[in-house]
Design a protein around this ligand. Sequence first.
Ligand SMILES: *[C@@H]1O[C@H](CO)[C@@H](O)[C@H](O)[C@H]1NC(C)=O
Ligand SMILES: *[C@@H]1O[C@H](CO)[C@@H](O)[C@H](O)[C@H]1NC(C)=O
Ligand SMILES: *[C@@H]1O[C@H](CO)[C@@H](O)[C@H](O)[C@H]1NC(C)=O
Ligand SMILES: *[C@@H]1O[C@H](CO)[C@@H](O)[C@H](O)[C@H]1NC(C)=O
Ligand SMILES: *[C@@H]1O[C@H](CO)[C@@H](O)[C@H](O)[C@H]1NC(C)=O
Length: 804
Amino acid sequence: MGSYNIYLRIILSLFLLLITFLPEAVHGSKKCYIVYLGAHSHGPTPTSLDMEAATYSHYDLLSSVMGSHEKAEKAMIYSYNKHINGFAAMLEEEEAAQIAKKQNVVSVFLSKEHKLQTTRSWDFLGLRRNAKNTAWQKGRYGENTIIANIDTGVWPESKSFRDTGYGPIPSKWRGGNACQLDRVPTSAKNLCNRKLIGARFFSEVFEATNGKVNPKERTARDLQGHGTHTLSTAGGNFVPGAHVFAVGNGTAKGGSPRARVVAYKVCWSRTDENSCHDGDILRAIDQAISDGVDIINLSVGGRQGVTAQDVFTDGVSLGTFHAISNNILCVASAGNDGPDPGTVINGAPWIFTIGASTIDRDFTSTLTYSDGRKIIGGSLSVTLPPDQAFDFILATDGKLANATINDAKLCRPGTLDPAKVKGKVVNCVREGNIKSVAESLEAKYAGAMGMALENQRKQGKTISDEAHMVPSVGYHPGPPSPRPDPNSRPPKPPHHHSMQNSYYDVITAAAPPSPSLTVKLSPAKTVIGRKPAPVMASYSSRGPNKIQPSILKPDVIAPGVNILAAYSLGTSPSTLLQDTRRFEFNVLQGTSMSSPHVSGIAGLLKTLHPTWSPAAIKSAIMTTATTRDNTNRPIQDAFDNDLANSFDYGSGHVQPDLAIEPGLVYDLHLIDYLNFLCASGYNQQLISTLNFNRTFLCKGTHNVNDLNYPSITLPHLGLDQVTVSRTLTNVGPPGTYNVTAKLDGSKVTVVPNSLTFTKLYEKKTFKVIVQASSVIQRYKYQFGELVWSDGKHRVRSPITVRRR
Ligand SMILES: *[C@@H]1O[C@H](CO)[C@@H](O)[C@H](O)[C@H]1NC(C)=O
Ligand SMILES: *[C@@H]1O[C@H](CO)[C@@H](O)[C@H](O)[C@H]1NC(C)=O
Ligand SMILES: *[C@@H]1O[C@H](CO)[C@@H](O)[C@H](O)[C@H]1NC(C)=O
Ligand SMILES: *[C@@H]1O[C@H](CO)[C@@H](O)[C@H](O)[C@H]1NC(C)=O
Ligand SMILES: *[C@@H]1O[C@H](CO)[C@@H](O)[C@H](O)[C@H]1NC(C)=O
């Protein structure tokens, strides 16, 4: 058994969460709770009778506490009767507490609210249309894989989802023709087709807690752009002529361009924000499992600031557990709260967690000051006349008398004084890591001709280009800053190579701008072939993984900066209500953009290897990822120009052409995850509920370290040696693999150090023995790697250890 306090804490938190959540609820007012009962004993293919019986039992349980069937009926929001066993209901705090005490109830928790956090990117990943021997060609462009997105819905008219040339819908699709896209259902022409094979929305919990959605908007149609963008990145057709303001003009492509796609809308807009509720997400996942999808790309994670989620009291980790039990891969984002350590979300081992990095394309524009200095920054907007000079003003000098310096600096609404700013280029400081169009809107309202958008320290050198309301350029103002908390971060080795001529030197060649200057702004142009790339996006959330420290997160990184893809005509490119522009394509930022790249790649693998488990597909993508950039040097971090490490990029940057033929995989099945939960200290009875309510015996011989994960993490290493075991499955030709292992400050021995595979799917187990040296500093993470190679394939796992 794992001897870790943290796991004991998890068990405790199982109960404490119930207690800590309850007082949050306002006394006397009902809130939406999820009552979770495990997996249905009716197994993976329920009949309608099974589902009715399940729903009946949910009403029974609810009535037994509420006193009458009528009251239960009023309170019930959803009965999850397909795969996930449980229900969502509006309850008083005391009622929730009573239900929690009932037999067979695994957990009761408040339905939490989550927030939502291309053209060039596939070329950068080595995928070129019609090129031979690429993952695209071998993976038949993802044909017949069904990719689902749980997000803001879809814009069905987008060319990315046309079905010209598609054969019949694969028979594994069990979702029928549910296509909830028409505003007036009866007038309806079917907006789904052989490409976009389904669209549904789930809004009951959102509506019960936030008020009714406008009836016209009760549809899976995407009115926020996010879902269309991500779904087209994962599985959109090739669409030529995609651009924003003529910038980035090229062919928009999905990672699995021939995949079938399905949209489940669970995120609803509330003023300028998206709100996605656990209860609606669980309902969507239950439906997606039932519909027979292959891959779920989930656009939501924990709320900002909440990074540690318990398995049984978090909708996302619960829902994805059920998905993987049904052989569906779940891909989700790492979060956009970097660069602080410990910010990664979606930390469960059954989720494929993706961080964000740059590609080698930029949209750049030069800001030239009258004193001769130049800043080359990022831009994606209409341009100023290039030869005309404009007065330059700092937002703080152009503020209204009633605005605070800090609000004005960030160009918050109502802070700029038109009398001072009108006709000038105003310098604002970027507030949001990934969204800041509101600032150029304020500049526009104040009559500014243009905006220079200066990154804050924490945003490092990641320049996020957005469709601003006035001609704009984003830039990084100066030298890199120190780490936010050096003690909780692993030290990074100094990098030895010169940064000269790199992208960042050019882009940051400026002292802070001074007032009383004039400036000129050149039109944005597309630059391809940037070096180095990829670079870690400063906002990509980082490890260590707080809830399950023995699992390294994020798992990999993929393109997430300045990604061009299809967009919704139902909203503006900024999603601001005041913005009346409508774009067919848009450039967006974030780990939300990187995770569909991985869904797309997974779709290719699924098409080529239909029998592989989700874990095998994930392993293939992880063990073939690279930690080097396009200059063949270690990947850097845009936050501080330093070298990135496993807490930033996990196994590294995805390489689809290698992932498609990984040689060996680390496979995992339901039983392995259940053993992992045993070793994590969950009680056997709870775990049995996840096992389709079949008794599961925790044997007491499993250690969390032994989960057959494609990375190795030992956060509590003593001075005694620790042995970790892993099993490899051969998915390539017969061959002999030799191992190399290295780890800073520790001795690593692998037994045996050579493995010979003679047939397909043959399995071989090996042990990794780690002996920390007494000289390594305590509580500091050390990094290393384990690589198996037959001379052709390279199967790499990062190793991360910390001495306690
Ligand atoms: C985009 O490129 C295509 C093909 O090169 C060209 O026909 C089209 O005019 C371009 N569009 C813009 C807006 O530059
Ligand atoms: C995929 O997941 C990411 C991150 O969780 C999300 O933001 C994005 O919207 C999803 N994309 C699709 C295709 O659902
Ligand atoms: C300052 O006052 C103006 C009206 O004079 C108002 O429009 C604006 O919202 C105010 N700004 C702040 C930050 O209160
Ligand atoms: C699970 O099994 C137990 C014992 O067999 C039974 O009492 C309980 O009702 C079952 N729960 C579900 C959700 O089927
Ligand atoms: C593995 O090691 C053996 C023994 O040292 C050596 O003969 C063989 O060439 C190695 N194979 C590879 C692929 O490196």
